[in-house]
Ligand binder design. Structure first.
Ligand SMILES: Cc1cc2nc3c(=O)[nH]c(=O)nc-3n(C[C@H](O)[C@H](O)[C@H](O)COP(=O)(O)O)c2cc1C
Length: 173
């Protein structure tokens, strides 16, 4: 199985989750994790496309929220020109299965989820979703991840791989 994980991350937390998902997809999968800035304009030749990003202002990031995040970082991270929202608006996708995830704060349990928006965008692109959108929690605005979240992400990767496994004729009969 070939998988592509496209991730957006300002402070690094969502990137950590993406790496853990990639590990969970397993040794038999050929997995590439790419930052959304380096993501291809056309996705084909992969079986599974997983996309994830941070939740900003109740949804996927926008130019204005990325600028706000960059300001919060005190200049440590420059504002990115392209986020998941912008990439999903222009990417072309062949026949592929997919799934979406996000990171969000644990503290206030605000409504809204980047993963839900990303899953909707994947569906519009004709991607066959193999699971519901998943959220992984950070404990503050800039993280770190809540304890155990990388473990949950690895487990989710394994779950996704299981959804992709071919059904062997006669198996389990
Ligand atoms: C401008 C901005 C808006 C945010 N809005 C939300 C929000 O609506 N809900 C939420 O749970 N977290 C919100 N957060 C926290 C982010 O979800 C958190 O920074 C992110 O999960 C960290 O991921 P990253 O390290 O990959 O950037 C916001 C953060 C920023 C910088």
């Amino acid at each position: 199985m070939k998988a592509l994980v496209v991730v957006e991350s300002v402070f690094g937390n969502t990137r950590q989750i993406a790496e853990a998902i990639a590990q969970g997809l397993g040794d038999e999968a050929l997995v590439r994790v790419v930052d959304v800035a380096d993501a291809p304009a056309t996705v084909d030749g992969v079986d599974l496309l997983v996309v994830g990003g941070p939740t900003h202002a109740f949804g996927m990031t926008r130019e204005s929220t990325r600028r706000a995040a960059a300001e919060q970082s005190g200049g440590a991270v420059p504002p990115a020109a392209v986020g998941l929202r912008e990439w999903l608006a222009v990417v072309r996708v062949g026949p592929v299965a997919g799934a979406a995830f996000d990171t969000r704060m644990d503290t206030f349990r605000l409504p809204g989820s980047a993963a839900k928006g990303a899953a909707r965008a994947l569906r519009r692109l004709g991607v066959r979703l193999v699971d519901r959108p998943r959220t992984f929690r950070v404990v503050g605005m800039q993280g770190p991840l809540r304890d155990g979240e990388p473990f949950r992400a690895r487990a989710w990767g394994a779950h996704l791989a299981a959804q992709m496994a071919p059904v062997r004729p006669g198996a389990g009969a």
